[in-house]
Design a protein around this ligand. Structure first.
Ligand SMILES: O=C(O)CCC(=O)C(=O)O
Length: 258
């Protein structure tokens, strides 16, 4: 699936864009189902709460952004159930973390036209911390995402520092302290994308995205996959931790002694 150069780039930079991984037909079915899911089950919010808004938006916009988040679209659509086994998607993840892959989540980040919400600088690690680093987030673009739509921006190589301390609490979504980590202080690389492109990134890669200031939707769906031996931190080690294995076989290390 991926070339050696692509794998090396992911390991070096902490992200990799694969263009056209999904065909127009594949995205077409997923997109039309997602639009129906949003219309029938979705809810518009302002996006992530928190004091970071003061640092990323002018005053008149701070509480006026729009977002539609949709967890588990497979609860509503079989196309979204099948896609977690998409051979191209899974083949790329296998090249990055090994032959057996466990699915963790699927979530839509929809930025509606005219002030779709921004996201502050953060790692995804604090949202779902696990005891290893082989966790790949995959952002499938259901729409074109030019710069002005608030495309994903990353800090290349930032995954190498591992998990960082975030501002957390009931008042905010986890985010990095803006006095140190802010697009005006840290160089970030925008990754404009086309419909059907997938951006793979480590859950330790620092990223953010700006508001959608276009008249078009910018819908992107994040799939999370990890090595099956990884477990969420803070859970009792004797509790089972299983989820859908999308390729390969999850060995029982205690049973096999391997
Ligand atoms: O969709 C975006 O622009 C940002 C998404 C994001 O921050 C994430 O997937 O953690």
């Amino acid at each position: 699936m991926l070339t050696n150069e692509q794998v090396a780039a992911y390991q070096r930079d902490g992200y990799l864009k694969v263009e056209g991984l999904f065909t127009p037909e594949e995205v077409g079915e997923l997109s039309s189902d997602m639009i129906r899911i949003i219309e029938e089950w979705g809810q518009e919010t302002i996006g992530w709460h928190g004091p970071w808004r003061d640092r990323y938006l002018p005053e008149q916009e701070r509480q006026n952004t729009k977002a539609v988040f949709m967890h588990n679209p497979h609860f509503y659509s079989s196309a979204w159930g099948r896609v977690i086994f998409h051979p191209g998607l899974i083949g790329c993840v296998q090249d990055l973390i090994g032959p057996c892959v466990q699915w963790h989540h699927t979530v839509l980040h929809g930025k509606p036209p005219e002030l779709g919400t921004p996201f502050p600088m953060h790692q995804d690690y604090p949202f779902y911390p696990h005891d290893g680093l082989d966790f790949v987030d995959c952002l499938l673009h259901l729409d074109d995402a030019p710069l002005e739509s608030g495309c994903l921006c990353v800090v290349p190589g930032s995954h190498k520092n591992g998990p960082l301390e975030h501002i957390t609490g009931s008042h905010t979504a986890p985010h990095l302290p803006p006095d140190v980590y802010h697009p005006t202080k840290v160089k970030t690389i925008p990754i404009p994308a086309k419909t059907g492109d997938v951006i793979f990134f480590s859950y330790c890669t620092i990223h953010w995205s700006d508001a959608n200031r276009t008249e078009q939707w910018r819908k992107a769906v994040r799939f999370g996959y990890h090595h099956p031996a990884m477990r969420p931190t803070g859970h009792n080690p004797n509790d089972p931790y299983n989820n859908i294995v999308v390729t390969g076989f999850k060995a029982n290390q205690q049973a096999t002694g391997n």
